[in-house]
Design a protein around this ligand. Sequence first.
Ligand code: HEM
Length: 116
Amino acid sequence: MKKLCFSGFIAFWSSIATMVAIHALAGEELPAAVNDTTYTLEEIAEHASLDDCWMAIEGKVYDFTDYLNRHPAGPGTMISWCGREATEGMRTKGYGPDHSDFAWQQMEEYLIGNLE
Ligand code: HEM
């Protein structure tokens, strides 16, 4: 009985260790893939619509297709920047002031690569 309990104990902690290891490895792979991917301004220009909106901002490339309808000022404010280098749009909101730190952090969710 003692042996059985001991085997169960080892099996339990081994499976926990395996899950932690898989999680750690999976977590490392995604950012590495994003970091390795580069896009040119020509490629970004092919994604210039409400249904497919990419932007280059400060050397990074983002796919904002799923974000447009969530933008606080509506998709209309962002659409003219789709398919372009949009640092100016992000830094000035089209009329002057920069976006908040919260907005800059929110962008990271949509990162797909770097500008070549
Ligand atoms: C690049 C084109 C963009 C333009 C022209 C633009 C413009 C604007 C405007 C006009 C407002 C409302 C007025 C104001 O708050 O002063 C606003 C607010 C906001 N935008 Fe954008 N936006 C752009 C991209 C983005 C992106 C990519 C994100 C995040 C993924 C974002 C997140 C927000 C947030 C969270 C607010 C609320 C105010 C703040 O936190 O700064 N915007 N934006």
